[in-house]
Design a protein around this ligand. Structure first.
Ligand code: ADE
Length: 392
């Protein structure tokens, strides 16, 4: 993670986060550990809990505690109550800056109220789902602190959802099931940046891809990219692999499961485990439910058809694989670190609300990533700069 490493080296020299209390609710992975180390190098104290019970890498959590003195509250497979307790205890530590992947820290702080919000300078948000939740709070006039929308930075867009989720969601599905994608039909439900990436990678692996969307503009984009586009009920009997990436709930439910082929694989790559209706799946499984491989649960319907659920319907790229590769998280977490620094350096610069990542931070990360990749680019000539400015 050369970009994050460069930021960490500068932090170590300048200590811009000296004495700042940071709480992070992120997937506890090796990449996140590097972010935490950079923040500590900058002088901060850090507490970390997991953004998902199945994404925690326990060895990483242990190393952060033992080797780096970080307070880590995360255990792979922890239940929802344990998870909620971990989030609450991080908020109880009165953090000055929060880093979220799904907005749980900021929302919990708002639920607790004035006591938890008093010392909070602001936060950063890593994922689309978290920004949807925060903007809803803002529309209701309830968001009381600034949050920087890392997920929407241009450098993040260039790598994260499209290439990170695109590759790692399929990686998780293949690792868990050993399915051959070539020659099979992959149904991608949701054509945001992550769905677009999953569809691209599936097509590249030789699958026939069907896209299902509720948004007409995205559906049109999918059609123009050459995919078959149709309602999920029509796709249900055609798919061999189904991947939900919508950020919505009950996207695949009983009426879809009833129409699926024997052997179909069901996976979710959205943030929360609510996109597949598992209650309805279980109710249809008249012939039983059994584990057939680690991370594959088979539901056998009354007529004998078997539907295979991956990773309990949890975000498959993290639950069944390693999440986004380090090369992707390098950009995301360099943005996170620089946004924390911006919040701390000038606490009054951002009012309550969701804010874009400052342009200078985005450009700096872009420049460092290009340098790390050994890519050089042109400078505009003086004539080109004058020409551009003449339209100004
Ligand atoms: N989100 C997606 N991939 C991740 C990773 N490798 N580490 C932390 N958060 C992630």
């Amino acid at each position: 993670m050369p970009v994050l490493e460069a930021v960490g080296r500068r932090f170590e020299a300048q200590r811009p986060l000296q004495g700042v209390r940071i709480a992070a609710c992120l997937h506890v992975t090796a990449e996140t550990a590097n972010l935490v180390r950079a923040l500590i190098a900058g002088g901060a104290s850090a507490a970390l809990c997991s953004a998902n019970p199945l994404s925690t890498q326990d060895d990483v959590a242990a190393a952060l505690v033992l080797d780096h003195g970080v307070e880590v509250r995360a255990l792979r497979g922890e239940g929802p109550q344990t998870y909620a307790g971990h989030v609450r205890s991080l908020v109880a530590g009165a953090p000055q800056v929060t880093l979220d992947d799904g907005a749980d820290l900021v929302i919990t702080a708002h639920e607790i109220g004035a006591r938890a919000l008093r010392g909070l300078i602001g936060g950063t948000e890593e994922t689309t789902t978290g920004l949807v939740r925060l903007r809803r709070l803002q529309q209701q006039g309830e968001l009381r602190c600034p949050v920087l929308a890392v997920n929407e930075a241009r450098t993040e867009r260039a790598l994260n959802d499209r290439h990170g989720t695109g590759q790692s969601a399929l990686d998780g599905i293949v690792r868990a099931s050993n399915v051959l994608l070539a020659g099979h039909t992959v149904v991608v439900i949701g054509y945001g940046w992550a769905g677009l990436g999953v569809a691209e990678r599936a097509r590249g692996a030789g699958a026939a891809v069907i896209v299902c969307e509720v948004n007409p503009l995205r559906a049109l984009e999918a059609r123009m990219a050459g995919y078959e586009v149709m309602p999920a009920l029509e796709a249900a009997p055609r798919g061999d692999v189904f991947i939900t990436v919508t950020g919505s709930r009950r996207v695949l439910r009983g009426e879809h499961f009833e129409r699926m082929k024997d052997g179909a694989l069901l996976a979710n790559a959205g943030h929360f485990d609510v996109e597949l209706d598992l209650t309805e799946l279980r109710a249809l499984a008249a012939q039983g439910v059994r584990a057939v491989r680690p991370l594959v649960t088979q539901y056998q319907l009354g007529d004998g058809r078997r539907l295979n659920l991956l990773a309990q319907g949890r975000v498959v790229n993290l639950a069944a694989a390693d999440g986004h590769p380090a090369a992707v998280m390098d950009v995301s977490f360099a943005l996170q670190a620089l946004c924390v620094e911006a919040l701390v350096r000038d606490p009054g610069a951002f009012g309550p609300g969701v804010h874009p990542v400052p342009e200078r931070i985005d450009s700096e990360v872009g420049r460092l990533k290009l340098a790390a990749l050994g890519v050089r680019i042109d400078e505009p000539t003086p004539e080109q700069s004058d020409y551009r400015e003449s339209w100004g």
